[in-house]
Design a protein around this ligand. Structure first.
Ligand code: FMN
Length: 157
């Protein structure tokens, strides 16, 4: 299925899905799978070519390669963001990086946030620590509640 709806929590708020890219080293996937919410890997063609059915969050690593002109945004992320539907519904960006990359730290996450005008919600290194996972869960739960509130006030006029 390409457009799974976000699952619904007990209190009724939609769980904002996280679309992430993870390479074969799988550090971001390890983190994403601990978030206890719908997550989709943009390394998989079916997800990369899909369109979202509502607000979503991007989680991306940065990949700077040897050539200084090379971009750090993974191709799967780029492809997914080519869809205007996906671009419009993006509500925030999270990044995994490695501080050893200095000025390129979190470049993909920060560049997408700057270009799209969406906030950076959370950043961590590699697969994150247990604290990172717990903090990220809280941030996403707050976001779910904020989006449910915004939807309710829109419906109420
Ligand atoms: C070749 C290579 C280039 C990288 N470039 C950057 C970079 O420019 N900035 C950064 O913050 N992290 C960089 N990283 C770190 C990765 O973004 C980080 O380890 C991430 O957790 C990898 O996720 P993945 O294993 O799911 O693909 C790089 C890692 C590799 C192997």
């Amino acid at each position: 299925m390409t457009t799974d709806p976000g699952a619904t929590q007990d209190e009724g708020a939609r769980q904002t899905p996280v679309y992430y890219y993870s390479s074969t080293s799988g550090l971001v996937r390890t983190f994403a799978e601990r978030l206890d919410r719908p997550v989709r890997n943009l390394a998989e063609r079916q997800h990369r070519l899909s369109e979202v059915d509502g607000p979503w969050v991007l989680l991306t690593p940065s990949y700077k390669t040897g050539n200084p002109a090379n971009d750090t945004i993974p191709e799967g992320v780029r492809r997914f963001l080519r869809s205007p539907v996906n671009r419009r519904a993006l509500v925030g960006v999270m990044g995994s990086g490695n501080r050893n990359f200095g000025t390129h730290y979190q470049m993909a996450c920060r560049e997408i946030a700057a270009r799209s005008g969406r906030p950076v919600l959370f950043e961590f290194e590699l697969a994150g620590t247990p604290w990172d996972v717990a903090r990220c869960r809280e941030i996403l739960a707050d976001l779910d509640r904020a989006l449910a509130g915004a939807h309710a006030s829109t419906v109420a006029g």
